[in-house]
Design a binder for this molecule. Sequence first.
Ligand SMILES: [Zn+2]
Length: 177
Amino acid sequence: MSTLAEYFNANRYQPKYFIGDRVFGYYNKIPFIGSVGNDTLINPEVGPQISIHLDLPIHLHGEIYSVIIVKHKDIKQYVKEIKMSHDTDKFKHSKRIQKENNVIKKQQKIAKANGVPEHLYEGHRFAKHNAMDCGNPGCPVCSNPRRLWNELTTQEKRQFQDVEIQRMRHSNGLSPK
Ligand SMILES: [Zn+2]
């Protein structure tokens, strides 16, 4: 016992051509190139039929057709699209966009993890600066002090400070303790 879906999958007509397939063939001896609409079986006596959206209209028996219904034998071959010369440029372009989007996504993740409100990192905001800095080159607040003044970072200073020496004094010079 099979389900109806399984039954129809096993028994229905399986198309060879799919929407958008580019094909070449002859219709009443007239050569055509077009895109497949669908490939389906409506009447078993007629057999499977394919609708073709023609690139150029066909003039036949005094009528002009831009869509024709053909049979499998009318289609001779698939049409290979002519490769455009700027194909590699297009590829490079889309790759660059992909790369940029990846960078933005990564920075958005960092912003989110640090509890930054969403309106501050939506859209394209991290295209040119990172999540945890303000984007100004040489900004004294968020730049690395080592890079700006050849100093240790605040965290490093804290780590290396000598806790034995008391530096905190009241204004009169006395120790707070
Ligand atoms: Zn800054």
